[in-house]
Ligand binder design. Structure first.
Ligand SMILES: Cc1cc2nc3c(=O)[nH]c(=O)nc-3n(C[C@H](O)[C@H](O)[C@H](O)COP(=O)(O)OP(=O)(O)OC[C@H]3O[C@@H](n4cnc5c(N)ncnc54)[C@H](O)[C@@H]3O)c2cc1C
Ligand SMILES: *[C@@H]1O[C@H](CO)[C@@H](O)[C@H](O)[C@H]1NC(C)=O
Ligand SMILES: *[C@@H]1O[C@H](CO)[C@@H](O)[C@H](O)[C@H]1NC(C)=O
Length: 250
């Protein structure tokens, strides 16, 4: 939830930055571009290709659906991703406990992580359920108690006072873990026109496999990806990040 919230606020900030940029260009009278945000669920890339083809000219489509990319029919079974479900807990400190999480104290990354949101609220994560393909955010009672039995002792090892906190809820997500190669676990990037049998001029791009390191990789890889797309040149992306395509059957 924390990660999703951060990503969501990054997304909102990004959209705002684009809006501000477009407006500033416009007020200088250089070029007045229009910016639109459409939120919809994408069921497959072919329909998307048809609908954007009819809605006008476009430069590129970037598929950045996290683990959702592996569920698109055009990519399903063809991406070397390993799925891993994880549960996160939201904890609160009851008012009658006086030992708040001290202000300006850091969040903690250890066997489990504690993402502190304030003196009385934090997120605790996360579990690793390899091979699960269940992307439901909902966590049934049994899964929740199993997750807490795993997470609370780990949290307690670095922050014993966690015992005084109350669990307010849990939620889950699906990580898209990239394969482990000699170079490490690297995200999957690149042009994917050949996967959808569409135009072959690098219109469709994939950005996935951030695994559990999205916070680490997103800025650098986002920048590289943008450069590659703008210059229509996949070679601007380090080959370690695109080499997964050599192993995929077309
Ligand atoms: C339990 C858990 C713990 C994690 N812990 C960490 C951590 O400690 N540190 C770290 O760096 N990373 C962590 N991650 C990973 C982090 O969430 C990812 O690296 C990052 O979110 C990946 O970013 P993304 O933009 O590729 O995908 P996402 O953040 O998953 O964004 C994809 C978006 O696409 C949308 N989408 C999916 N399918 C479709 C579709 N068909 N149509 C329309 N929209 C769609 C989704 O709703 C979502 O909004 C964790 C992940 C999980 C699940
Ligand atoms: C996925 O999890 C949800 C809730 O956690 C559950 O209701 C659903 O049946 C699960 N789906 C599969 C395919 O296991
Ligand atoms: C829990 O809270 C009580 C009451 O505030 C306090 O006395 C106790 O030290 C706390 N427990 C831990 C492990 O910090």
């Amino acid at each position: 939830m924390l990660i999703l919230r951060i990503i969501l606020s990054i997304f909102q900030a990004l959209y705002l930055a684009c809006k501000t940029f477009v407006k500033s260009k416009c007020s200088f009278g250089i070029s007045c571009k229009e910016l639109n945000l459409h939120k919809e669920s994408v069921l497959n890339l072919v329909d998307l290709m048809i609908s954007i083809f009819f809605s006008g000219d476009y430069d590129a489509v970037i598929v950045c659906l996290g683990s959702g990319a592996a569920f698109l029919p055009e990519l399903s079974g063809r991406l070397p991703l390993r799925m891993c479900r994880g549960v996160i807990a939201h904890l609160q400190l009851p008012d009658h406990i006086r030992e708040d999480y001290p202000e300006n104290s850091p969040s903690i990354l250890s066997d489990a992580w504690l993402a502190v949101q304030g003196p009385q609220t934090l997120y605790l994560g996360s579990t690793w359920e390899w091979k699960s393909r269940n992307f439901s955010r909902h966590v049934p009672e049994e899964e929740a108690s199993k997750a807490l039995a795993e997470l609370l002792p780990k949290a307690s090892a670095v922050y014993p006072a966690i015992k005084n906190w109350t669990v307010k809820g849990t939620c889950a997500g699906l990580r898209a873990m990239p394969p482990l190669t000699a170079e490490g676990s690297l995200p999957l990037l690149g042009c994917v026109d050949e996967f959808i049998g569409g135009p072959t001029e690098c219109k469709y791009w994939l950005f996935t496999g951030l695994g559990s390191r999205g916070l680490f990789y997103h800025a650098l890889l986002g920048k590289l990806m943008a450069q590659a797309i703008l210059s229509c040149n996949e070679d601007l992306i380090p080959s370690e990040l695109t080499s997964w395509k050599n192993q995929v059957k077309q």
